[in-house]
Ligand binder design. Structure first.
Ligand code: G4P
Length: 533
């Protein structure tokens, strides 16, 4: 095969996706089971650990408690049937947070895990909306069918009415709770009967049969069997047909029922995911569609994490490859700074293990240990001037100063704050009227502050408190407006200043004062994201 064909076939076999869910729905368990079925784990049971104090802890804190292979490693790679899967972790915070959003910008599909006993929960809805906006294919896994579950028809209805997406059940559960036996694959007209294994550590033995098979009838009660037949008939007659194009456009979600802890339905999900998902699609930089095969390399930074390994205070930058072939030690240009950056020290991550990465193609994620001036959203390319606009910034709604009360910890405090701000855990601003030596911090959800304080304490040994400020809205001022103009009209209940890139912003106490300001000062154009500037 010549180089161009190698590249095409490498790109075609890549599937880059994330799992989204409300906390506790089973994202971690499903991740582990996908690894088990993907052959990356011999024995399941090493990813999950009891998650205590879930109410107060974030994923960051939880991952500290996990043992062995940790999904905190941001990207897990595994091979299945000749395909290369890149599974990206989405932090499952209770609050909406920017880092989750950024990860979703780097994937080509998502698996949405729903607890079948609870149906759609708040966090699922928010994450779903983000995916919907991008039009990525969404696969739904109705988990925990081994527990009392809502009726499958009700779950399908809920997907359609609450999420406003067409839902096509690829398989249908054979009873639920303690009587959950398996699923009927509607596309292949096959029943998959599963057996439990101790602790769900091994692949669940499965027997594949016809729905009319005596063995199937024997394990299901007569009433349940009749009901299942009726439901299936109703789905065939009254429900819409499977439409792969609608799946690709994110308009229809294929639905799978199963139980992650028991390994029921995992292989069917994996197989169908492979069948229905697509390889990476070309992305746009400015008005230009960047061809996957290059000829130039390009990618964007979607996550930065410092101190991943507490023994070596390193800073790891995660880059989603969008075009061309990455080769170790490659020199690329950062389009924001115009500077050259050498991508050395690049890795494949599998849990705690790092493997040196020599090459990568569109769809892959490169993790690179570097102190170069890289920020989230930066485009790196061998072609100068290319800039993906994939990662928008959100207008923060909570504001505070981080306070250190111990003079002896001042140096560690500044260092920690600098490092963690470089990760964009929170945004930073400099209000003009306040002569503070440290920036005002802004977050979309207060959990971002919790993570910051937790990490300041854990990684830099600094106890901090928050000096919460009364602002609840922020807007970026159009660059056509001068500071003098803003200064003249700013009222007592708002403030102006700059963000960390020197762009002018105005802070408001509430949405009412924001609206009032906008109506009074029509000549001052405000933006809810700096992307529009
Ligand atoms: P998350 O990452 O989405 O937050 O969820 P996670 O996988 O940690 O699962 C949350 C809890 O739900 C775990 O229980 C897990 O075992 C359980 N769970 C996941 N899938 C299933 C399933 O198919 N059936 C049943 N019955 N339970 C399931 P835990 O008590 O928090 O921890 P553990 O000690 O069981 O690991």
């Amino acid at each position: 095969m010549n180089e161009s064909n190698v590249m095409k076939s490498e790109i075609n076999r890549r599937r880059t996706f994330a799992i989204i869910s409300h906390p506790d729905a089973g994202k971690t368990t499903l991740t582990e089971k996908l690894l088990l079925y993907g052959g990356a784990l011999d024995l399941a049971g090493s990813v999950t650990a009891k998650k205590k104090q879930r109410e107060t802890s974030s994923d960051w804190m939880e991952l500290e408690k996990k043992r062995g292979i940790s999904v905190s490693s941001t990207v897990l790679q595994f091979e299945y049937n000749g395909y290369r899967f890149n599974l990206l972790d989405t932090p499952g915070h209770k609050d909406f947070s920017e880092d989750t959003y950024r990860v979703l910008m780097a994937v080509d599909a998502v698996v949405m895990v729903i607890d079948a006993g609870k149906g759609i929960e708040s966090q699922t809805l928010k994450l779903f909306e983000v995916c919907r906006q991008r039009g990525v294919p969404i696969f739904t896994f109705m988990n925990k069918m081994d527990r009392p579950a809502k009726s499958p028809l009700e779950l399908i209805d809920q997907l359609e009415s609450v999420l406003n997406i067409h839902a096509y059940p690829i398989n249908w559960p054979l009873e639920s709770g303690p009587f959950f036996k398996g699923v009927y694959d509607r596309l292949r007209s096959e029943v998959h009967l599963f057996e439990k294994t101790p602790g769900g550590a091994y692949r669940a033995p499965v027997s594949v049969r016809d729905l009319t098979d005596k063995q199937v009838k024997d394990v299901i009660s007569d009433d349940a069997y009749t009901e299942i037949l009726e439901e299936l008939e109703m789905l065939d007659i009254a429900h819409e047909k499977f439409d792969l194009e609608a799946v690709h456009e994110g308009q229809m979600t294929p639905v799978f029922f199963g139980s992650a802890t028991n390994n029921f339905g995992i292989e069917l999900l994996l197989e169908r995911f492979l069948e229905f998902s697509q390889p990476p699609a070309p992305r746009k930089a400015g008005g230009e569609t960047v061809p996957l095969e290059g000829p130039f390399f390009s990618g964007f930074v979607f996550k930065i994490q410092t101190n991943m390994n507490p023994k070596h205070r390193d800073r790891m930058v995660f880059i989603r490859v969008c075009s061309g072939k990455f080769e170790r030690d490659m020199m690329v240009t950062n389009s924001r700074t115009g500077r050259n950056v050498r991508l050395s020290n690049t890795h494949n991550l599998f849990g705690q293990q790092r493997e040196t990465l020599d090459e990568a193609y569109a769809g892959d994620v490169i993790s690179c240990i570097t102190n170069a001036d890289l920020r989230i959203g930066d485009t790196l390319s061998t072609k100068k001037g290319l800039a993906f606009n994939e990662i928008p910034r959100f207008a923060p709604e909570c504001f505070a100063y981080l306070v250190n009360h111990s003079p002896s910890a001042q140096k560690a405090f500044r260092k920690g704050l600098d490092h963690l701000l470089a990760e964009d855990i929170v945004q930073s601003f400099w209000p003009a009227q306040e002569q503070s030596p440290i920036p005002l911090l802004g977050a979309v959800g207060t959990l971002q502050f919790d993570v910051l304080q937790y990490r300041m304490k854990n990684e830099y040994g600094v106890d901090t408190t928050l000096d919460v400020k009364p602002w609840t809205a922020l807007r970026w001022v159009d660059p056509s407006v001068s500071e003098e103009t803003v200064k003249k009209v700013i009222s007592y209940d708002s403030a102006y200043g700059e963000d960390d890139c020197g762009r002018m912003v105005i802070l408001f106490r509430n949405n009412w004062s924001l609206q009032y300001f906008s109506e009074k000062n029509k000549e001052i154009t405000l933006h809810s994201s700096p992307a529009a500037l």
